[in-house]
Each structure stands twice: as C-alpha cells, then as structure tokens.
Design a protein around this ligand. Structure first.
Ligand code: ADP
Length: 462
C-alpha cells in the first residue's frame, strides 16, 4: 500500500509540476506574441501617418474597428499635450483608465508603453500600448485578451481532467507496479516459510527475465542446495557413525561386564584393558577421520600449500610400506620420473597415498604385486596405484568412495570404510579427481589426478 501511495503521489506531483511549467511558458509566449503584434501595429500607423497624415490614420482606425471588431480592439488618439483627438467605438470599453500617467511616460521616454488593463464592465482584460506615431500624436491601441483567457481556461480544464485521470489510474498502476516489484520477494518469502516448516526441497521459481530478483532467487536456491547437501551428508554421517559405533561400544561393554563378573587373574584384567584400549583407539580414529572428511568437504579445512617433491613423497611411502609388503610376500615397486614438483598440502597428500597403498596391500593376496607410477602430463600430475588383488565388481567400484562403504568380500580385513572417502575429500580439496578401474579376481588400478592450474594460481598470488 505504501509503495502504491508513493507511485500515485509521485505521478500527481510530477504531472502538476509539468503542467505549471507548460502553463506559464504558454502564457509568456502568448503575451510576447501579443506585445510584438501591438508594436507592429504601431509601426504600421507610423507609416500611415507619414504617408497620409492624421486623416489616413483616422480612416484606418475606422476600418479596423468596423462592426464586431469594436468588441475586440479600441483606439484612442491623443495630442502629446493630452488632448483627445479621436476614439474608436468605445461602447464595449466603458470606464477605461485615465491615460495621463502613460502619456507622460511616453513623452518622457519616447518609447512605447505596454500594460494590461481591465475595463470596468468588460469581462476580459486587454493589452494596451501607447506610442508616438507622429511628432505630436500618441496612439493607444487596446486589444482584448479574450482569446488568450479562453485558451488558458481550456488548458486549466484539460489539466484538471488529466489530474483526475492520473489520480484514478495512478492507484491501480501503482498497485500493479508495486505488486510486480514485490512478486519475486513474495515468492522468496513463501519458499522460506515452507522451508521453515520442514520442506527442505522447496525452491524459488526463477523467471526467464534474469533481473535482480531472479539473481537473488538463484543465489537463494544455490544456498539451499548447498545447505541441503550438507544436511543430507551430516544425516548420513551421523546415521553411519551411530551404526558403526554401536558394535565396538557393545563389544567394549561386554568385555568390561565379563571382567566384572569373573574375578580373573591380573593377566586376564590386563588383556581385557588392552583390548578395550585398542577398541577405543579404533573408535577415536574413526571419529577423527570422520571429522577430517567433514572439514575437507565443507571447505572449512584450509590447505597448507607448500612445494612438494612428489618423487620423494612417493619413495618415502613405498619405503614405509615395504616391510608390510614383504610380510605378505607382495612385490611393491615404484616407477617414478626423476623430477616432479607440485604445490599442495603435504600431510594430506601423504594420507591419500598411504590410504591407497594400504588398501592395495590389504586387498592383495600373498605373492601379488603392487606398483606405483607417477606421470607428469601436460597441465596435471597423475599417480597410479595398481595391484593384482581381489578386485571389485563394477557395482562395487562406483560405491567404494562412499562413506563407510565396504565390499562384502573385504569384511574379513580390518577397516572402517572411511579411507577412500577421506582420500577423495583431500584430492577434491586440491581441485583434483580420483577414480578406479577394477576387475574381480584380477586387481585394481586407482588413479589420482592433480591439476597443475592450482599451482599457477598460487604462483600468481605469490
Ligand atoms: P577400508 O577401511 O574398508 O579399506 P576404504 O574406504 O579404504 O575402507 O575402502 C572401501 C572399500 O573399497 C574396502 O572395504 C574394499 O572393499 C574396497 N577396496 C578399496 N581398495 C581396494 C583394492 N585395492 N582392491 C579391492 N578392493 C578395494
């Protein structure tokens, strides 16, 4: 309502200002025109006086005021001393002013004198001029302003009609404009209210106009998408976490209960305490990993970029896992170039490589091979970890990066199903990608791609 009132008010205000300006400029133009006409008339009479003397002037006055014209125009001829020499028919102009002052003024200045006069019984005003038309003769010409006044009245009337139209239309137009402007906001408010009631999948409709409100709606929808992804992720994570915490906690409780019921030897109690500590460590690791993933995925984790010698990083990892490989009689090899540097977060990339190598060794049977390869291709770095292990079906391959997902046949191995999810979150945080190709019984190839553009962005920022 306020907007509508503003629209209508501004409409009326500006129309009035526009009218006042137009009205006064028309009035001023008319008056100038009239004054110029009167001055031209005087010049004509000067010429007539010059050619035919006073008689010629009298004749002209008679001709010009003949019949109905006497209503519109009058003439008075004076000697310079103020003696009235001639008047036209003044029956329509009773009570004209005493001309003494104007005659004196013309005599003093020798310039024409113009004024607006009001005859006592004449309904309209008139414009009048006094001027010398000969050395000793002053002529007064008066012309009715009736036509001008009618025009001014018509203008005023037209404006009043327009004002009524503006006021009558201004309301609905203002209402329409205000509604149009607020429509988008109503839509956003409606969506926000529905979301407040729990309809998280509600979105604001975006019109094809692409105006400011559409941009707001787009930003609003993107924000909701992001919030929804985070909420769904969090819900999944808490569900899984609760599910995965239940069994170890149950085990711990059962062990503690057993210890309480049987008053066993000191060694028994020590064994139970050791088992409980181990279980606690597993739980802690799971919780910490979950938090690391959440931090990396939400973008809250700030990567500590540094120059990394990737060849050294991978060699160190191979060295670290060599003893585990030897224990399982697995051949662990690395095919690395001489030089490959990368700007990234060293600790997080170490955890990615460690997680992949750990899996490769865990899911490869004795006598198998695990190999690591590093390629520095145009614009990106690629790390391949190949194994000749148990492999996965295509259905499993697409799910292994999900949080807590574990393939059926690997459940005999220790693990919590978080390693690959963490690796993917860290690789994504670097702007890269991770993928797998696998065949059951034949082995798997994990590929990590890290784009070098991040490096040029960082270099540019330096
Ligand atoms: P986990 O702790 O179970 O190893 P991950 O997230 O690291 O959790 O891996 C998820 C699942 O993906 C594993 O349980 C396993 O079934 C499968 N997987 C991962 N790496 C391999 C591999 N190299 N070969 C076969 N299966 C693998």
């Amino acid at each position: 309502m306020r907007l509508t009132a503003w629209y209508a008010g501004i409409f009326v205000l500006f129309s009035t200002i526009a009218f006042i300006l137009a009205y006064f400029s028309v009035v001023s133009i008319l008056q100038t025109q009239m004054d110029e006409d009167l001055e031209d008339d005087i010049e004509e009479f000067v010429a007539l006086m010059h050619l035919g003397g006073i008689e010629r002037v009298k004749k002209e006055i008679f001709l010009e005021t003949h019949g109905k014209e006497a209503q519109q125009v009058f003439f008075r001829l004076w000697s310079s001393e103020g003696a009235l020499l001639l008047t036209s028919d003044l029956s329509a102009w009773p009570g004209l002013d005493d001309p003494a002052v104007y005659l004196a003024q013309v005599r003093d200045t020798l310039q024409p004198v113009l004024m607006t006069i009001q005859s006592a019984h004449h309904a309209h005003t008139a414009r009048s001029i006094y001027a010398f038309i000969g050395t000793d003769t002053v002529l007064q010409i008066g012309e009715s302003l009736e036509a001008h006044e009618e025009l001014k009245e018509a203008l005023l009337y037209g404006f009043l009609v327009m004002l009524v139209v503006v006021v009558v239309l201004g309301g609905p137009i203002g209402w329409f404009m205000a509604n149009r402007a607020l429509n988008g906001i109503h839509e956003i408010t409606r969506a926000a209210s529905e979301i407040k009631e729990g309809a998280l999948d509600q979105r604001v409709k975006i019109s094809p106009q692409g105006d400011e409100l559409d941009k707001l709606a787009y930003a609003f929808n993107s924000m909701l998408d992001r919030i929804q992804t985070l909420i769904v992720g969090m819900r999944e994570m808490t569900d899984n976490l609760a599910h995965d915490l239940r069994s170890p906690l149950g085990r711990m409780r059962a062990t503690a209960e057993m210890a309480l019921m049987q008053s066993g030897s000191k060694t028994d109690v020590e064994t139970i305490a050791a088992a409980t500590t181990e279980e606690c460590d597993r739980l802690l690791e799971m919780i910490n990993t979950t938090l690391d993933i959440a931090e990396a995925e939400s973008g809250a984790a700030k990567l500590e970029y540094a120059d990394i010698d990737l060849v050294k990083l991978l060699n160190d990892a191979v060295e670290l896992f060599q003893s585990i490989a030897e224990d399982k009689s697995i051949t662990l090899t690395a095919d690395l170039p001489e030089y490959c540097h990368f700007q990234g977060d060293r600790q997080r990339l170490q955890r990615v490589v460690a997680s992949l190598l750990d899996n490769a060794l865990k899911y490869t049977n004795e006598g198998g091979t695990v190999s690591l390869e590093l390629l520095n291709v145009a614009g990106r770095v690629e790390i391949f970890i190949k194994d000749t292990g148990i492999g996965m079906t295509p259905g499993e391959s697409v799910r292994i990066f999900e949080r807590f997902y574990r393939c059926d046949k690997s459940r005999s191995q220790p693990g919590n199903g978080l390693g690959l999810n963490l690796a993917r979150a860290f690789v994504h945080a670097h702007g890269g990608g991770i993928s797998v190709k696998s065949n059951p019984g034949q082995g798997s190839i994990f590929a990590v791609t890290l784009p070098l553009y991040m490096n040029s962005v960082l270099a540019a920022n330096d």
